[in-house]
Design a protein around this ligand. Structure first.
Ligand SMILES: *Cc1c(COP(=O)(O)O)cnc(C)c1O
Length: 395
């Protein structure tokens, strides 16, 4: 059963109306509660409506929401300073969504190529990569389902296999200006780049005068246990993009770059709502908490505990490997015994647990970074119950 609504039909939504959320919990209009291990798609890093965020945006809303990006505001500048100080990048472009941040990165590299590399504009991207849903970012994606959509695509992207350094090297031409990738592919199946691959990309970029761009829209802001995933690998890109977790549930995204490639001038790039004080207040409140080493240590501990639970569940039922980092994890549901991850998502939903079936054989979880021990225990119980139900139906 699905509800008929005036919303364009772009998602298969369960026939449930969510009315409130707090921390790891969502509640529907019938008063049923759901333990949320999706969190708006890795967005609500502090859970639903954390009081610090509610207070920060209420207080900002009553003072100043949107003066226009053509004027200074203290809250926006405070965010830019914080991002610079915590990231090691020099300059910040604030926008509203991950795709818009990636568009900004694509534009920056193309302008840099026009000025510094004889008009080089081609960007090497990766199979199964995901960078968003504007036309240019879809063109940069390596998602097979996008290939036939909205032709013709934006030209200038060369797609190669992930973690294949030789393929990258072979794809470099005099027109290449950048390499763009997710350090851990999220939508593509929670597949991490190897350290050796990323170090190799850095070396190739240096050798061929290319910009290295990390799309950290999903992996940034503590999701992997470090504030930014690039810190896990000991490789520093020239540009990173952030989104999802940055606003903790409020739309804000950012493109950060090192000085040597910051070539935008007034008029080159802009966004009506980009970096407005209301969303910047949200991001400031998030960073106040998430950038704290004690919080990150707890997020790492939570990640390790969640991984152990998934591994134990996998072992108990004879499923497959657990992969990912920190609190971006996936369980391969096809081992010696198999469970369909889409069916498991649906079974867990009925049991009051939100998890994401990414493929038939892959279940992804992206909980709040600060879930409690009791919540993890309930997650385990409900996941086990869901798997048991599906296995019993098969018998
Ligand atoms: C979600 C995501 C995007 C797109 O972000 P939007 O806010 O939906 O535009 C881009 N890159 C990655 C890695 C993502 O996970």
């Amino acid at each position: 059963m699905s509800l008929v609504t005036p919303l364009m039909n772009l998602n298969e939504r369960p026939p449930v109306m969510f009315v409130s959320g707090k921390g790891s919990w969502l509640q529907d209009s019938e008063g049923r509660r759901y333990l949320d291990f999706i969190q708006g798609w890795a967005v609500n890093c502090l859970g639903h409506s954390p009081s610090v965020l509610v207070e920060a945006i209420s207080s900002q809303a009553s003072r100043l929401m949107t003066p226009s990006p053509a004027y200074h505001s203290e809250t926006t500048l405070a965010l830019a300073d914080r991002l610079r100080a915590s990231s090691g990048f020099d300059q910040v472009n604030l926008v509203n969504s991950g795709a818009e941040a990636n568009e900004a990165a694509i534009k920056l590299t193309r302008k840099w190529g026009a000025q510094n590399k004889g008009g080089a504009f081609r960007i090497i991207t990766f199979e199964n990569g995901f960078h968003g849903r504007t036309l240019a970012t879809m063109s940069a994606c390596g998602k097979p389902a996008f290939d036939a959509l909205y032709e013709p695509k934006v030209p200038g992207f060369d797609r190669v296999p992930f973690n294949d350094l030789a393929a990258v090297e072979a794809a470099i031409s005099k027109d290449t200006v950048a390499i763009m990738l997710e350090p851990i592919q999220g939508e593509g199946g929670v597949v991490a780049a190897t350290e050796c691959f990323l170090q190799g990309l850095r070396a190739l970029a240096d050798e061929h005068q290319l910009l290295l761009v990390f799309d950290e829209v999903q992996t940034g802001i503590g999701r992997t246990g470090e504030l930014f995933a690039y810190q896990l690998f000991g490789v520093t890109p020239d540009v990173i993009t952030l989104g999802k977790g940055l606003g903790g549930g409020i739309a804000i995204a950012a493109m950060l770059a090192k000085n040597h490639c910051c070539c935008f001038e007034p008029g080159d790039q802009g966004s009506t709502f980009g970096g407005n004080p209301l969303s910047a207040a949200a991001a400031n409140a998030v960073l106040d908490i998430v950038a704290n080493p004690t919080f990150l240590a707890q997020a790492q501990a939570n990640g390790a505990a969640l991984r152990r639970v998934l591994e134990q569940v996998s072992q108990r039922f004879g499923l497959g490997e657990v992969r990912g980092q920190g609190l971006l994890l996936a369980l391969n549901t096809h081992g010696s015994s198999t469970v369909d991850a889409f069916q498991l998502e649906a079974a867990c939903f009925e049991l009051g647990l939100l998890v994401n079936g990414l493929r038939h054989n892959l279940l992804r979880v992206m909980p709040a970074l600060n879930f409690t021990v009791e919540e993890l225990h309930l997650f385990e119980q409900r996941l086990i119950q869901g798997i048991e139900q599906l296995l019993a139906e098969k018998d």
